[in-house]
Design a binder for this molecule. Structure first.
Ligand SMILES: [Zn+2]
Length: 374
C-alpha cells in the first residue's frame, strides 16, 4: 500500500471541472472523478458549503482528503467529496457567500480573495495498492468520518468495465433493476443499495462468502451480464410463483427466497388461492410471512411460525384452565395457571381456529414437546 501526500492548488483541480449529473462529476483536467457515475452521496447545504469557502478564504486548513488511484493518471475521491464540490460549485457560480455583510458571487470577488481561493492548496493523500489493502484501509478512513456505505467503498476499490456495466443496471435512477424489483424490494439505486442486494443474493446463490470476493473475481469481466441475468431470474420466478401482487410482498428478501426455494415446483393457481385465503385469515398476524410459509410448508413442520398465529388471550386460557381443573391433558399432572400455556386442540394448519372451543391448557413441558404446534 502506497500513500503519497500531495498538495494541489484549487485552480488545478478546477481545471476542466464538469458536472454531468448522473454521469459523474469530473475535474483536474479530467483525471479526477469527484463523484463517479451513478453514485450520489448526501449533499452539503448552502450553509455548510459557504463555511468551506470561508475556511479557504481565510487560508485555514481543511482536513486532509483522500484520493484513490484507479488507473493511469485517474483518481476518485474517497474522502473530501463534499468539500471539493463546495469549492468547485462556488467557482461555477452556483451560490454566493457573505463578506463584510455583502453577497459575493465568485466573479465579483476582489482580486486578493480570488487569488486566495485559486491558490489555496488542498492536502491530499493519494493511495494506491492491492485491492484488499485498499479496502481494509478505506474502512478505517471511513470510520474516521466519510459517510460511504459498504457498497460505495467496494465500488471505490473494484473499478473497471464490470462495475460500469453493473451500475448501468443497478445504480442509475430509474434503472432497469429498480423497475423490475420496485414492487418487491426496497433500496436506493444511488446509494448502491440495489447493487448490494443483487451481489449479496448472487454470492449466497454461488456459495461465495463476501461480496468483495465476487467483485474481485469479476472486476475485469467485459460486462455484468451474469449478475443482471441472476437478478432477472429472481423476479421472474417471483412473478411466476405468485402471479397476483400484494403490497405485503414488498420488503421481503426475495433473493434469499429464490436461492432457497427455486428448485422446488409450485402450482401458481394453488398459490393464488392460498395467498388470498391466508390474507383473509384473522389468525394470521404476520401477513408478510405468507409467501415463505407457502414456499416451505410442505417440507418444514414449523412453517407456521412464519405467520405468528394469534395466541389465545387470558380469558380463553382461564376458562380452559378452570374447565380442566388445572390438569394437563397429556401428562395428567396438576399445575398452577402460571405453569401452563394455551394450545390449539386442533392445530391451525388442520383448520383449528383461535377460538375458546379450540383452547386447551398444557404444562410447559408437554407444550414444548408437541410437534404439531401449527
Ligand atoms: Zn403435561
Amino acid at each position: 500500500m502506497k500513500i503519497e501526500p500531495k498538495q494541489i492548488k484549487v485552480k488545478d483541480i478546477f481545471d476542466g471541472y464538469v458536472d454531468n449529473d448522473d454521469d459523474g462529476v469530473f475535474a483536474y483536467g479530467g483525471k479526477l472523478a469527484i463523484r463517479p457515475a451513478y453514485q450520489r452521496n448526501y449533499v452539503y447545504n448552502n450553509v455548510q458549503a459557504e463555511s468551506v469557502i470561508q475556511t479557504v478564504l481565510k487560508g485555514f486548513p481543511l482536513n486532509i482528503m483522500y484520493w484513490v488511484k484507479v488507473g493511469d493518471n485517474q483518481y476518485e475521491i474517497l474522502d473530501g467529496q463534499q468539500r471539493t464540490l463546495s469549492v468547485m460549485q462556488y467557482l461555477d457560480h452556483k451560490f454566493s457567500i457573505l463578506l463584510d455583510g455583502k453577497k459575493y458571487y465568485w466573479d465579483a470577488l476582489p482580486d486578493d480573495k480570488y487569488d486566495a481561493i485559486m491558490n489555496y492548496e488542498f492536502m491530499i493523500y493519494i493511495c494506491e495498492g492491492e485491492e484488499s489493502e485498499k479496502l481494509e484501509w478505506f474502512r478505517v478512513v471511513n470510520i474516521a468520518g466519510v459517510k460511504l456505505t459498504d457498497q460505495e467503498l467496494l465500488n471505490s476499490v473494484y473499478t473497471g468495465e464490470w462495475l460500469s456495466d453493473a451500475k448501468r443496471y443497478f445504480s442509475k435512477r430509474n434503472c432497469a433493476a429498480k423497475k423490475l424489483s420496485d414492487r418487491y424490494i426496497t433500496g436506493d439505486p444511488n446509494r448502491q443499495e440495489l447493487l448490494e442486494k443483487a451481489l449479496k443474493g448472487i454470492c449466497e446463490y454461488q456459495g461465495i462468502k463476501e461480496i468483495s470476493e465476487y467483485m474481485a473475481k469479476h472486476k475485469s469481466d467485459a460486462d455484468a451480464n451474469e449478475l443482471w441475468q441472476y437478478f432477472q431470474d429472481v423476479f421472474h420466478w417471483v412473478e411466476k410463483i405468485f402471479p397476483k401482487h400484494y403490497p405485503s410482498m414488498k420488503g421481503l428478501d426475495w433473493l434469499h427466497l429464490y436461492n432457497k426455494y427455486h428448485h422446488n415446483s409450485y402450482n401458481s393457481s394453488v398459490m393464488i388461492a392460498e395467498v388470498k385465503k391466508l390474507h383473509e385469515d384473522e389468525d394470521v398476524q404476520k401477513k408478510k410471512g405468507i409467501y415463505e410459509y407457502l414456499l416451505c410448508k410442505d417440507t418444514d413442520p414449523y412453517a407456521g411460525r412464519l405467520l405468528s398465529i394469534r395466541a389465545f388471550d387470558k380469558r380463553d386460557k382461564m376458562a380452559a384452565y378452570t374447565k380442566q381443573d388445572g390438569i394437563c391433558p397429556i401428562c395428567k399432572q396438576h399445575f398452577n395457571y402460571e405453569e401452563m400455556e394455551g394450545d390449539h386442540i386442533i392445530p391451525w394448519s388442520k383448520g383449528g381456529k383461535t377460538v375458546p372451543e379450540n383452547c386447551q391448557m398444557l404444562c410447559k413441558d408437554c407444550n414444548g414437546k408437541k410437534t404439531d404446534k401449527y
